[in-house]
Write a protein that binds this ligand. Sequence first.
Ligand SMILES: NC(=O)c1ccc[n+]([C@@H]2O[C@H](COP(=O)([O-])OP(=O)(O)OC[C@H]3O[C@@H](n4cnc5c(N)ncnc54)[C@H](OP(=O)(O)O)[C@@H]3O)[C@@H](O)[C@H]2O)c1
Length: 316
Amino acid sequence: MRAVRYHEYGSPEVLRVEEVADPTPGENELLVRTAATGVNYFEVQVRGGVVPDPLGLPLPHTPGIEVVGTVAAVGSGVGTDRIGQRVVGTVTHGSYAELVAVPAAAAAPLDHRLDEHRALALLGQGATAVGLIRTADIGPGETVLVEAAGGGIGSLLVQLAKRAGARVVAGASGSAKRQLAADLGADVTVDYTRPGWTEEVGPVSVVFETVGGQTAREAYSLLTGPGARMVIFGSASGLPVEIGSEQLLPVGATLIPFSLGYRPRQWPEFTRHAEELTARGEITPVIGSVLPLTEAATAHRAFESRTAIGKTILTT
Ligand SMILES: NC(=O)c1ccc[n+]([C@@H]2O[C@H](COP(=O)([O-])OP(=O)(O)OC[C@H]3O[C@@H](n4cnc5c(N)ncnc54)[C@H](OP(=O)(O)O)[C@@H]3O)[C@@H](O)[C@H]2O)c1
């Protein structure tokens, strides 16, 4: 089969399409023939050596954690009745490939109300957005700042925050992502890469923080009022959230870290909830770009140049 691999960390050019041995499904695994796989920004950061591989796997490495496709074979412990089933599922790595061995417990039948691409958009990013909204516990009338509002998670968060009754301020770089956020219901959009952007925003009670560095410090300065909170879920700039006591003490807002990794058992339920809201038409996943697997480097470049919008998908 063909798989995307890299033998060293570095620029998107290290991603190569190579012939490799087909995987064999192990005990309680399905072998899925990939129709499409999702791209997540985290994979871009790991490939670039910006953040260490959390699994510490040796190179060469095939990235990717999301797959949708058809069950081609099953390992021991799985009924053969699953062969031929269309499934959407997660793996720890290795989904940028034509065949993927997926734990049977991590692969659900594709919801007939969703197409393959929307199912991929909801699998990890939809689950994260749902987990974030629940963690923030937004009340009606609150003002919420969503960072990276034109991205995969951000575009869903804007919609979920509106649905929770919040006034939504969408932060993003560039006009295309701001326009998308406005189209999805954001009340205000702002380019937080421009100096002085906080003056355009005013007080907020919740920040969904995923950029880090100076943007995080500036966003924290907007937090006002009892119960103000910053929910931290990423570090897109590669810089940590560093808010000193001179800034923490006068503002007093709570910092809340969020990771799906803390809640592996809740992950499927978060995904199902995002799917249900989508099927009911309450939220709409945005499919920004669909490229062939051979264009994985193009997809990664788009994230690095901050031109990726919504969900990016690779098809086999
Ligand atoms: N905590 C969790 O459980 C969890 C789960 C999945 C993902 N994540 C994190 O959530 C974040 C969003 O993930 P995603 O896959 O949906 O990605 P994404 O939002 O589609 O793309 C990354 C975003 O980062 C922003 N960004 C800010 N500074 C950047 C920089 N220096 N270079 C490139 N992009 C920059 C970009 O928006 P602007 O250009 O508009 O700033 C872009 O929209 C990532 O940081 C990811 O690691 C967390």
